[in-house]
Write a protein that binds this ligand. Structure first.
Ligand SMILES: [Ca+2]
Length: 306
């Protein structure tokens, strides 16, 4: 059993694949969700997560909205392809339903994480968006990092061209200062980088074959987004779902040890993840993924023949 898990996410598109797998996995105890917003604000994303959890009978999970912008940068342009699916969830919120935990009073995501870390003593973080909320928690409480048992992060790129700049991946590039604080403060981070998330893919045909309509339509939106932005084939890379799998099944990903830092200078390298030879407590950078096994999990979690 993996106890005291918190999901910090920008809750859009493939984040919901990770969330669904998290709540249906009986070996993981998901305590709370914290959201990061941009064009669609964190509160709106938290409401969508609330609707989603209620639909799937996961009523005991806390949901707390977090930061709406990076620590220093302006908000950058983000994908709009999932807007229809998200709008559908948002409309469900507007209907006459009773909601419980979203907006835990006036508490921010960072102070919520600090409070829960103190209460529980030890927490595990699964992070599939920019690391702003985690960095703010570290700044709020100098002991916060010592309560983090494990942190799994979808982000960074090394061996291939990035999706945000030639040398950066968007979760890091969208808030390099936050990522830098987190990597300086928490040792032993499991990094699930773009290099390997681009190896676990759904095709457009496979997306259309998913039984659940919400996931099928979301996957098709992600396929269209990829086709439009990168050209070529209609595919959905399972970035955030693979980060979930790294937490759920340690045999899926092989890691190499590096001392990881983030380039924050105002240059074309801003947001680059720098891997140095380890000379202190190491981070773990994913270098290979068992694609067959990852697709088996995917087929089972989303009832689709792959
Ligand atoms: Ca995400």
């Amino acid at each position: 059993m993996i106890e005291n898990v918190f999901f910090d996410s920008d809750l859009l598109g493939d984040d919901f694949f990770a969330l669904y797998a998290l709540i249906r996995n009986k070996d993981i105890h998901l305590c709370g969700i914290t959201s990061f917003g941009r064009r669609v604000r964190a509160i709106e994303r938290a409401k969508m997560a609330q609707v989603f959890l209620d639909m799937h009978n996961a009523a005991s999970v806390d949901i707390v909205p977090g930061a709406d912008k990076p620590m220093m940068l302006d908000v950058r342009k983000s994908c709009t392809f999932c807007d229809e699916q998200m709008k559908w969830l948002r409309n469900e919120w507007d209907a006459d339903r009773r909601y419980r935990s979203v907006l835990l009073a006036d508490e921010s995501a960072a102070s919520y994480l600090v409070r829960k870390a103190r209460e529980l003593g030890s927490i595990t973080l699964l992070c599939t968006g920019p690391l702003t909320n985690i960095a703010l928690a570290i700044l709020l409480d100098s002991d916060f990092a010592s309560h983090v048992k494990d942190l799994y992060f979808m982000g960074g790129v090394h061996a291939i061209q990035g999706n945000s700049s030639p040398v950066s991946e968007s979760n890091v590039r969208n808030d390099p200062e936050a990522a830098s604080i987190v990597f300086r403060s928490i040792p032993g981070i499991h990094v699930i980088p773009y290099d390997i998330t681009m190896q676990v893919l759904l095709t457009g045909e496979e997306a259309a074959a998913i039984k659940d309509e919400f996931f099928s339509q979301t996957a098709l939106s992600c396929c269209r987004s990829h086709e439009c932005r990168h050209g070529g084939s209609s595919i959905m890379p399972m970035h955030d779902y693979l980060a979930y799998l790294a937490l759920a099944d340690e045999s899926i990903i092989s890691y190499s040890n590096y001392d990881i830092s983030i380039e924050t200078s105002d240059s074309i390298c801003r947001g680059m993840m720098v891997l140095s030879s380890p000379d202190r407590l190491c981070d773990m950078y994913g270098i290979a993924v068992d694609v067959g096994k990852a697709r088996q999990h995917l087929a089972s979690d989303f009832e689709v023949r792959l």
